[in-house]
Design a protein around this ligand. Sequence first.
Ligand SMILES: [Fe+2]
Ligand SMILES: [Fe+2]
Length: 157
Amino acid sequence: MANYLVTSGMTDIVDILVTEHAQADDLLSVFETAAVEGRKAAFAPVRIALRGHAAAEEAVVYPIFRREADTELTTAMDTADEQHDDLEAALVAIETGGADAATTEEVTALRTAFDEHRAHEENVVFALVRKNHKLTRNIRSELARLYNEARASEMIG
Ligand SMILES: [Fe+2]
Ligand SMILES: [Fe+2]
């Protein structure tokens, strides 16, 4: 809910996704530094934030980026999809053993998967999107609206 409130006034999908990355980074840092007894509680918002973010990207954003993509952006989107799989695998690994029993390797794997997702999108995907003439300001604004709708319905549903 907090996330949606922060991004609901934003009218560029790239701004929204960058903001969510920063929020997820903060949540992940809290989890990484939590004492063992606080790990479960600290993991819950990480899981919700990362899954909701990736699901809404895949449902709303990636198809439109791909529709208008040149070869370079298509390749970048392939990498982004693979990174979502890595992120999901890292989340599942922690859930399987329980967040309070997560090993250093499992926590590091989640951090690495998240950092790679964030760096690739912000440095490669969004850079290509910003200079893609077909992904106009209007389309990015419409994506912002649809993305926030998707995030709001996830939080209700
Ligand atoms: Fe993202
Ligand atoms: Fe992504």
